[in-house]
Design a protein around this ligand. Structure first.
Ligand code: AHR
Length: 503
């Protein structure tokens, strides 16, 4: 049997706060991500509160979703907010030209989104239309959401049922302006972006200080540094009139373009290739952070990884424009590895949004009419709850090697953190689909008595949850016992373990 891998939790040298917003979600008007997945309408037989499905709200409340990015994605740069307010019967029906040519009924608009965010106990990340809209349209939208009820904009909001100003925590200034958002040269975008950053104002009197709205500019596509340089150079010359609080990074794990990897049936080579690719997130963040450091050494601007996740081949029989895929134990491992990377970069990465929340790409939840199932990725988000707003604690360990053909990967990965109640948590992922790992953990040299937690694993890396069998990949109780040199953790092959350490 393999010798135990020593792991030391360096509790005396804590790092940055792991902002809860790194556990954010993304919900675009795309396929059934909103219509069917979140919004069923007030007259639906599916149980709902003001048109928003109850089962989905309950599931999302349980993972304490910190923020939801909406309405896109590429959709955001063609979205005109006025189509989505006021009496439902009068709303304009448009075509969703980005995603499958579906009819967009606009029945889920600003007030419904804010109601949804409120129902799940989350915060709003609204992306304004820079590509095909105007500064005036965006300014009036945020005015509608945040203005005093005594103003004309506030009165219109009140007439639509919400007198009190909404809170817009994050404001996206366009989306992928290097591509679907208008194919703009970086310098051109930077100039445009400054006008939005200057004139799109938040009037909510409660949003001051730490609560102030954070503006997130479009940033890099994967490794391309052009937008990072141009936008951060613009940031460096900001003054009293405008500023920025975030720079977006988009990076999907695809296995090549267009995505052809199956979400249900794959071999160990495909598994290892995707994990290798996903671990590249660390290099990407390191690279863009280094550029940001040149212009912003104090790390005031967050790197917002506001689109990430596995993007796989569309499920057979589905509209390819709806980006429907299943979600396996492999995807849960992808999620854990990325969350670990974000936690290690917590000083710069303070918000991320996995794509996408319901029924689209690496979803938390899949629905079909009245049926709903929680994915393995959902369970990772639930197991990682103690890490929301926790303080990062470094761990030292020899990660070992897992080899598949000519692909080499670390065998195990781990992070630790002290939660807001002062308790210490450890998360360990075993990437190896065959070999279990033994870990001997201690907290800064002291012996731990025992540890309780949860484990997520399954018979195969391509194990999935379905409407008929929702309990194939679900967390189970986990227990680690005191050993000769520390806490002995048996980490089965292809598993994620989260435990609370008792020093
Ligand atoms: O998440 C799907 C799409 O991926 C988004 O609309 C776009 O921003 C990205 O290219």
């Amino acid at each position: 049997a393999d010798a135990p891998i020593p792991l030391r939790v360096e509790a005396a040298t804590p790092g940055a706060k792991i902002d809860r917003h790194i556990f954010g979600q993304f919900a675009e008007h795309l396929g059934t991500g909103i219509y069917g997945g979140v919004w069923v309408g007030k007259d639906s037989t599916i149980p709902n509160v003001r048109g928003i499905r109850k089962d989905v709200v309950e599931a999302l409340r349980a993972i304490k979703v910190p923020n939801v990015r909406w309405p896109g994605g590429c959709f955001a740069d063609e979205y005109h907010w006025r189509h989505g307010i006021g009496p439902a019967e009068a709303r304009r029906k448009t075509i969703n030209s980005n995603w499958g040519g579906a009819v967009e009924p606009n029945t889920f608009g600003t007030d419904e989104f804010m109601d949804f965010v409120d129902q799940i106990g989350s915060e709003a990340y609204v992306s304004v239309n820079v590509g095909s809209g105007t500064v005036q349209e965006a300014a009036e939208w945020v005015e509608y959401m945040t203005a005093d009820p005594a103003t004309t904009a506030g009165k219109e909001r009140a007439a639509n049922g919400h007198p009190a100003p909404y809170k817009v925590k994050f404001l996206g200034l366009g989306n992928e302006s290097w591509s679907c958002g208008g194919a703009m040269r970086p310098e051109y975008y930077a100039d445009e972006m400054k006008r939005y950053a200057r004139f799109v104002r938040n009037y909510n009197p409660k949003q001051t200080g730490a609560e102030a709205m954070q503006r997130i500019a479009v940033g890099p596509n994967q490794a391309d540094p052009a937008y990072t340089e141009a936008v951060m150079a613009a940031y460096k010359s900001h003054d009293w009139a405008w500023s920025l609080e975030g720079l977006s990074l988009h990076s999907y794990t695809t296995g090549g373009w267009p995505p052809s990897y199956s979400s249900t049936k794959f071999d160990e080579t495909a598994y290892a290739k995707l994990l290798k690719e996903t671990l590249g997130m660390d290099d990407l963040i390191t690279k863009h952070s280094a550029i940001m450091d040149k212009y912003d050494p104090e790390k005031k601007v967050t790197l917002a990884v506001d689109e990430w996740g596995v993007w796989l081949a569309p499920l057979e029989g589905t509209n390819p424009g709806f980006l429907v895929q299943q979600n396996s134990l492999r995807d849960a491992i992808v999620a854990a590895l990325n969350l670990n990377i974000f936690a290690r970069h917590a000083d710069r990465v303070r918000i991320t949004n996995i794509a996408q929340m319901v029924n689209v790409l690496q979803a938390m939840i899949l629905t079909d009419k009245d049926k709903m199932v929680l994915t393995p990725t959902y369970h990772v988000y639930k197991m990682y709850l103690p890490f929301q707003d926790a303080t990062f604690v470094p761990v030292s360990l020899d990660k070992g090697v897992y080899t598949q053909g000519d692909i080499t990967l670390p065998r195990v990965d781990a992070i630790a953190a002290r939660d807001t109640q002062g308790k210490l948590w450890l998360a360990v992922t075993n990437l190896d689909p065959v070999r279990a790992a033994k870990i001997s953990a201690n907290v800064a040299g002291a012996k731990s008595a025992s540890a309780k937690g949860q484990i997520l694993t399954a018979a195969r890396v391509d194990s999935i949850n379905t409407f008929e069998a929702p309990g194939v990949v679900v967390p189970k109780p986990y227990m680690a016992k005191a050993g000769a040199k520390g806490l002995d953790l048996d980490i089965p092959a292809k598993s994620i373990v989260v435990v609370q350490l008792e020093p």
